[in-house]
Design a protein around this ligand. Sequence first.
Ligand SMILES: Nc1ncnc2c1ncn2[C@@H]1O[C@H](COP(=O)(O)OP(=O)(O)O)[C@@H](O)[C@H]1O
Ligand SMILES: [Mg+2]
Length: 428
Amino acid sequence: MSATLDSLPSSSREPSGAAPSPAGPPVVAVVGGGQLARMMAPAAGELGIHLRVLVEEPMSSAAQVVTDTPVGVASDEAAIRSLIAPSDGVAASVLTFEHEHVPNALLTDLIEHGTPVRPGPHALVQAQDKIVMRRRLTELGVPCPRWAPLPASSPEEGRAALAAFLDEVGGEAVVKTSRGGYDGKGVRVVSSPDDVADWFTAVADGGPALLVEEKVPFVRELAALVARRPSGEVRAWPVVESVQRDGVCSEVIAPAPGLSAELDGRAREIATTVAEGLDVTGVLAVEMFEVAGPDGGPTVLVNELAMRPHNSGHWTIDGAVTSQFEQHLRAVLDLPLGATTPTAAWTVMANVLGSTLDELTDALPEVLAAFPEARVNLYGKGIRPGRKLGHVNVSGDDLDEVRRRAIAAAALLRGEPVETTTEEEANA
Ligand SMILES: Nc1ncnc2c1ncn2[C@@H]1O[C@H](COP(=O)(O)OP(=O)(O)O)[C@@H](O)[C@H]1O
Ligand SMILES: [Mg+2]
């Protein structure tokens, strides 16, 4: 992979090791104050690492549990500069992120002035722009769905290119905005250019470019999670199945049921190739589709990348020796990575997406009584329909039971009526 690294502009590379803090523990500066930054806090506390998080609002999810939380937005250069500048005499050892929407030119400048930025801007761009990502993955030989960028020169040319692609793939395809999408916003299944007429108009008005992909007839969705540190060490967790509802992850099953050791190895190998090929530092999630290969046996295609802890890795908090949040901190500080071994046969993570309750904590008496083994994690966010408000992890030996209980506990937190017999009662 050295050829890949050599081809990077020298300004976007950085020396390995974290910049030493003049005094005290290392300071990890994180851009973004949502649940991902919040879930870094317990691991930082345990390792004695100081977290400093740029939060959007004083009561953002992360600000409720982290003590050092300047307020500002990721697009504000001055806010990011002051995030890494000395505070009480201590500058940030490293800058990292809980989302990819950050200004890359600024990051390059910070690196030139001596602050390690992990992952670096040369890697981040591949997670910010789905067209850039597809091009690079194709160059790396990573298997992807058939795809094409849609010309942004004029709506007519864009529509003609989409119509041609639809003809080629049999009438149905998936159009995506190259930038700014998340949780299925920015992804649409189409059978005619009219289905994305509004997006073509938006492109003409300066909105993000579009790409089209074949609609993959996947058996299920998988995610391969790895972490890589600047000195090169890479560790991968077992590959998981992720279940989406309306484009949003609703459940993760770890490890993916029935996945052969061969395909697990193949998916991990692809994620490692991506981490090394793009010089990713920190946690990398590679979303994949499991499909029938040319010989009929199962194989994988890469959907997209996230260069940060990811929803598909929340199970690791309670189901693996090292959580993705601790691993991300270790990786960005260039510390030895932790074991990724599962601590139970199965762990199922169920997301709490929206709730009819006034406060999620109102459900705690019932949830904790009914599911004493469940690991409940609430994010302290305001309730909105479909919003990711928390998750529940349940581990055990019986996958059906583990899955049923994780889903039921999450349903209670959404305010839905649920049959809450305990395992003991059910067995009595
Ligand atoms: N080419 C495709 N074929 C079939 N389904 C797709 C395709 N691309 C995306 N999807 C579905 O849409 C979901 C969201 O798409 P993704 O590109 O991951 O966007 P987001 O950035 O919103 O997560 C995927 O998890 C998958 O369920
Ligand atoms: Mg996705």
